[in-house]
Design a protein around this ligand. Structure first.
Ligand SMILES: [Zn+2]
Length: 374
């Protein structure tokens, strides 16, 4: 269920042309994907059973997939946001012409597109029956309340910070930096990876009879100022704060993962603690990267003085609310890989195993974070 909940959470924050069609379309995706349990959903973020069409270029890539009714070319989406956008592009094509004159109610919509979508009799009724479940998922997605567990050890709060977002620079945070070899923006990947990391932290904690509160600085495509990202961790009394970014370079041969901590010379009051935490995160990150790519390059653990800007404002103690706090929030800043490299793009962004690979890498990072909290 974690995957469909993640999709619902993203969808609840997206703006679409007719927002009241969210529950009927999510209901359709619940049906098509077996509540996110189909391989098409798990491996390719295709929750709609969308077959490949040339008009989908730029929104999806073509993937050969063996469905119950035989092998065919299907759409593969790089992110959940990409699927949502792609679904509406798919509907805006010729076979569905006229759909916008059939949107008085969600039921009208599915009764119009249903018979074009599939010859299955009673399809629209099946979708309509799932609308209450979809509406509940959308409401929960917006709230994202952690499940309580009796007798569990509480690990406290971790704040994850997906880099960038939105369309404009806000408080020193640029909307996007790197663009992958296959054309996917860094901001989309940081959010997807952080949501996977959150779900891995929760899943692993649950298996170990621990509870953990994981909050993201953003769960939609919006930007948040640099100081506000850190202040969000402080306001949530986070024990740990992990920023996630991807690197890019004009030299497409460059690869490797690196992790930064705030240097004492940049005013960090507890450099040794942050360095130890960031180091543990980096060891987990490299273990994950090596698991999917034995040749993965380790660019090392570094102080933020080694970045292009010579300082990472998001790790500042003053913004994190650490001044005078007996147990400061520790921070680490991951530059996971160079997505401008073709091989890395295949591994983490667009290749057939990209989504399982993301999960492997984030599971290793989650393990390192949990070990640090226990
Ligand atoms: Zn970045």
């Amino acid at each position: 269920m974690a995957l469909i909940k993640r999709l619902a959470q993203i969808y609840s924050g997206e703006s679409i042309r007719y927002s009241y069609l969210k529950s009927v379309t999510l209901a359709q995706w619940l049906l098509e994907s077996g509540r996110g349990g189909s391989d098409l959903a798990k491996l390719h973020y295709n929750f709609g059973g969308l077959k490949w069409r040339p008009e989908m270029a730029g929104h999806a890539t073509k993937v050969r997939y063996q469905a119950h009714d035989g092998a065919d070319d299907y759409c593969k989406f790089a992110t959940l946001e990409g699927f949502i956008r792609g679904y509406w592009v798919f509907i805006d094509r010729a076979p569905y012409s006229g759909w916008e004159t059939n949107v008085a109610t969600p039921e009208d919509y599915i009764r119009f597109i249903g018979p074009i979508y599939t010859p299955t009799p009673g399809y629209a009724d099946k979708v309509i029956a799932l609308m209450p479940e979809a509406a509940k998922l959308l409401a929960e997605g917006a709230a994202a309340v952690p499940e309580p567990m009796t007798g569990a050890v509480d690990l406290g709060t971790v704040v994850l910070d997906p880099g960038h977002g939105g369309e404009t620079t806000i408080g020193g945070s640029s909307p996007n930096n790197a663009i992958s070899y296959s054309g996917v923006k860094e901001k989309k990947l940081t959010l997807d990876f952080c949501l996977i990391l959150r779900d891995e932290l929760i899943k692993q904690a649950k298996a170990a009879k621990q509870t953990i509160n994981v909050v993201l600085t953003r769960t939609t495509d919006k930007n948040v100022g640099i100081a506000d990202r850190a202040a969000f961790a402080g306001a949530n009394q986070a024990r740990l704060f992990v920023c996630l970014h991807f690197n890019g370079d004009g030299d497409r041969s460059i690869t490797g993962a690196e992790t930064f901590y705030a240097a004492a010379s940049n005013g960090n009051l507890n450099e040794a603690q942050d360095k130890a935490f960031a180091g543990a995160v980096h060891v987990g990150l490299m273990a994950g990267m090596k698991a999917i790519n034995p040749g993965a390059k380790d660019r090392g653990l570094k102080p933020d003085t080694a970045t292009g800007k010579k300082v990472l404002g998001v790790l500042r103690d003053t913004s994190l609310g650490n001044v005078g706090r007996p147990k400061p929030c520790l921070g680490a800043y991951i530059e996971a890989e160079f997505i401008t490299n073709k091989q890395i793009d295949t591994l983490l962004v667009s290749g057939p195993d990209a989504i399982p690979n993301r999960t492997k890498v984030m599971a290793a990072v989650a393990k390192a974070i949990r070990a640090y909290l226990a």
